[in-house]
Design a protein around this ligand. Structure first.
Ligand SMILES: Nc1nc2c(c(=O)[nH]1)N[C@H]1C(S)=C(S)[C@@H](COP(=O)(O)O)O[C@H]1N2
Ligand SMILES: [Mo]
Length: 200
């Protein structure tokens, strides 16, 4: 449905748009609640639960290798944006900095502002996942999660926590904000994992 908010994909693009999704014009902002304003000097990232407790600051993150990423972005409210360009730090590099206990199988992502979302270790520790601090070559704007957000390209974008400030390692699945409110626990766009079976 091309028009004000959606763009018609060409054939190559349509193969990259998951079922039930449309191409967005521009890059929509989707935030529940207010946008936290976080200064880089005050930014802190905590690790707790089934891991050695740690507090990392901005320079701890900046010391890890920086990479450019180009990924498609799929919001469960049915818009997708192709070829989003980010600069960030690989989750796998971050994981080599911290000490996680072997019983940790699940994670709660925590954010400035109180948003949470859950993810399994298997979906989190992947070569293609990253913490982003630049969007299209500019510092990540606050409304898109700046100064730092997580990007998990293979799942719906609600797993890509904006203003992320901590990871809680767990021995079982617990549910984050949208997951408690009827959304799917995992959220894989190609399988249209939109809602949890109790509701959807
Ligand atoms: N902290 C936080 N992270 C969040 C959200 C949010 O409301 N708060 N919304 C999620 C949803 S539903 C989507 S689609 C993406 C939107 O990212 P964008 O606003 O950069 O497009 O962020 C995700 N991460
Ligand atoms: Mo979303």
């Amino acid at each position: 449905m091309p028009g004000k908010f959606f763009q018609k994909p060409n054939q190559q693009e349509s193969e990259r748009v998951p079922p039930g999704q449309h191409l967005a014009k521009g890059f929509p902002v989707l935030t529940y609640g207010a946008t936290p304003q976080v200064k880089i000097e005050e930014w802190e990232f905590r690790v707790w639960g089934l891991a050695k407790s740690a507090v990392l600051n901005w320079s701890d993150f900046m010391e890890m290798p920086h990479h450019e990423f180009t990924d498609d972005f799929h919001c469960v409210t049915r818009w997708s944006k192709l070829d989003v360009k980010w600069t960030g730090i690989k989750v796998t590099d971050f994981m080599s900095l911290i000490e996680v206990e072997p019983q940790a199988v699940h994670i709660m992502e925590h954010c400035y502002g109180g948003y949470t979302t859950n993810i399994s270790m298997e979906d989190f520790v992947r070569e293609e996942n990253f913490f982003a601090f630049e969007l299209f070559g500019e510092p990540l704007p606050a409304e898109h999660g700046g100064p730092m957000r997580l990007v998990v390209p293979h799942l719906y974008a609600w797993k890509s926590a904006k203003w992320i400030n901590g990871l809680e390692f767990l021995n079982k699945e617990e549910l984050g904000f949208w997951e408690r409110n009827g959304y799917h626990h995992r959220g894989e766009p190609w399988a249209e994992e939109r809602y949890s079976s109790a509701i959807g």
